[in-house]
Design a protein around this ligand. Sequence first.
Ligand code: SF4
Ligand code: SF4
Length: 378
Amino acid sequence: MSAIQLNIPNELDRFLPDIVKRNYGKWKERRFHGPGIIEHVSEMGERVFTVKAALPPNARVSVDTLEKFADIADKLGVGALRITIAGNVEFITDSLEKALKIKEEVERLGFPVGGWGGALWGINTCTAFLTCQIAVIDAPSIGKALGDALKPYFTGEERLPAKLRIFVSGCPSGCAGGTAIDIAIVGMWGAPPKIREEALPLCMPPPKALAKIPESQVFLVQVCPTGALSLRREGDKVKLVLVGEKCINCGRCKDNCDAFDYDPKDVGAAILVGGKMANTGVGPRLARVLIPWIPANPPRYEEIVAVVKKVVDVWKTYAKPGERLADFVERIGWPKFVDLVGVPKMAAQYLWWPDAARTYLTYRARGEVIFKGFRDAP
Ligand code: SF4
Ligand code: SF4
């Protein structure tokens, strides 16, 4: 334990390759050499070439794959590689010739090379069912379906107006990275859980004790963040009730008691659009809810993929060169954007909603009608 405390965090320069250490803070110029290869030139005239490749969803790779990457980095690079925050791997080398060979070898292993500039930079997903117990949707497999559909935008076969990043989170905890992002997919239950009465006594105080305990001290009432769970006293009987209108489908009751059941047909996601962290254009902002709920149907998640592709198509068709999705939406106006994507009922509603409400209000509502409006739109 003490060794870990002594060594973490490591000194920044401890594992840096020499060429990077020598030129630290002295880079003055950069050039692109096709999708996924960037050259940096330093004041001292030294050059490094970085090759970027997409990793599988949740940036999960086997030890065997990591060893293959390490071999490539040793053989053709400067003996170092980097995993980026967007879930990509970057190889550093000292000549364009070697960079092109790295691209070839990495692609032969099945990893697409690309990103940077007007391109898809990466899709981040949380772990969801891989390690998490409160996931609504399987974020990594949605990331894979989206990655397959949008691959030409990563590899540069098709260009985008500007940078695009996508986050897929298994639930509203947003561990993929929140909603300050171009497009966020967030797992959402489409309806409150149902209470299985026969299992409930296992999670509640015995009836005699329950009759005397104040409602505020009953554990299941305490765990609900919105007051959707409360006690109803009828004579000497005490019953736990769930008020659906107050429920935000957070799943905390389910985490604490197996008597709460979600219906598998209610597995779905909200789709939020138009956020970013960059200070360019209209500045940083949170994405807004485009679709409050849409079904998540494995293995290819056609409904979610269709919406994301439509959003990207609209942006690609109408944006100015260099215009991020958030800036584009601001320029044409949210109602017009929603209309172009093909969600007319949503567009009509948004005309009347204040800005703050657009960000969060429908995050917790079921949007079947709106989804059908999108699906049936011409
Ligand atoms: S976003 Fe939700 S499902 Fe994903 S890791 Fe975080 S808590 Fe788990
Ligand atoms: S899902 Fe969340 S908001 Fe709904 S009843 Fe359970 S704890 Fe309360």
